[in-house]
Design a protein. Structure first.
Length: 282
């Protein structure tokens, strides 16, 4: 008699399990979506870079990432939708420095059911100083640069540049800036550039404990061609044994230095003997 009493109970358990499987199948058939796997690949003081695994995109499905400072985050907190067209990576912004976070993917099917993926955890870096290039006046072989910097532990600010892109102090030239207290900017004149050439430039901040941080964005520019002002020499008008009177003209404004250079070989330059006749045209 006791065995027969257990049979209806066993049948009930089997029936419930079967119903559960049927219910899951029906939910999937009604638009259930499996969330993608996510992996945190890099972290800063205010951002986390996340790789997103492949998932079956459905027109009616909402897929995204949710995160919080406690385990098991859900869609009632911080969320970010994922767009397959944007690629297989995402950036979580607005994080607090030196804080532990928990994140997981979610998917909401057309039936309204929300499913969550595997949870990951990460900790943000300490607060970083920031720097950005706000102005760059370009000439033929130089550039005047102004930067803005803010944040903790700033010891010096500078700029670095190269011709390949995303320069650093180890992969390019660099120069420290001078602080302009009146404008609250850091300024420097970059010299030694080649004319008619493309360059990439970024700002950097060095902290008092030896860390170097670079601006997120790079500034690209192209130097101008070397400009030669209009000038000519009429020729010596008087000669003596040790000197000559020469008349020359510089038909240009904005000249900061003008004069003559000479030597005993053709094509003399300012590396040899020169005169300093002041500024302006003549």
């Amino acid at each position: 008699m006791k065995i027969w009493r257990l049979v209806p109970l066993c049948l009930s358990v089997v029936s419930l399990a079967a119903c559960k499987r049927i219910e899951e199948w029906l939910d999937k058939d009604k638009g259930g979506v499996t969330p993608p796997e996510i992996t945190v690949v890099a972290v800063t003081d205010a951002m986390a870079y996340v790789e997103v695994g492949v998932y079956d995109e459905e027109a009616d499905a909402e897929v995204g990432i949710c995160w919080a400072t406690h385990p098991s985050p859900d869609t009632t907190g911080q969320t970010m939708p994922l767009h397959w067209a944007a690629g297989k990576s995402a950036e979580i912004h607005g994080l607090a420095p030196e804080t532990k976070y928990y994140a997981r993917s979610y998917a909401v099917g057309s039936a309204g059911k929300t499913a969550f993926g595997r949870e990951v955890e990460f900790s943000t870096d300490r607060q970083r100083p920031k720097v950005e290039v706000v102005a760059c006046e370009v000439y033929d072989q130089s550039a005047e640069v102004a930067c803005r910097a803010w944040g903790p532990r700033i010891e010096c600010v500078g700029v670095c540049w190269n011709t390949g892109g995303f320069p650093t102090t180890e992969d390019g030239e660099f120069a420290d800036c001078t602080y302009d207290a009146e404008q609250e900017l850091w300024r420097v004149i970059v010299i030694g550039l080649e004319e008619s050439r493309s360059y990439y430039l970024r700002g950097y901040v060095r902290t008092d404990d030896g860390y170097t941080y670079f601006s997120d964005d790079q500034f690209d520019f192209r130097t101008e061609e070397v400009y030669a002002p209009s000038m000519w020499i009429d020729g010596p008008v008087a000669r003596e044994d040790t000197y000559a009177d020469v008349i020359y003209h510089v038909n240009e404004t904005g000249i900061i230095r003008r004069g003559l250079c000479w030597g005993t070989e053709p094509e003399p330059t300012v590396e040899g003997a020169t005169t300093d006749d002041g500024s302006g045209g003549a």
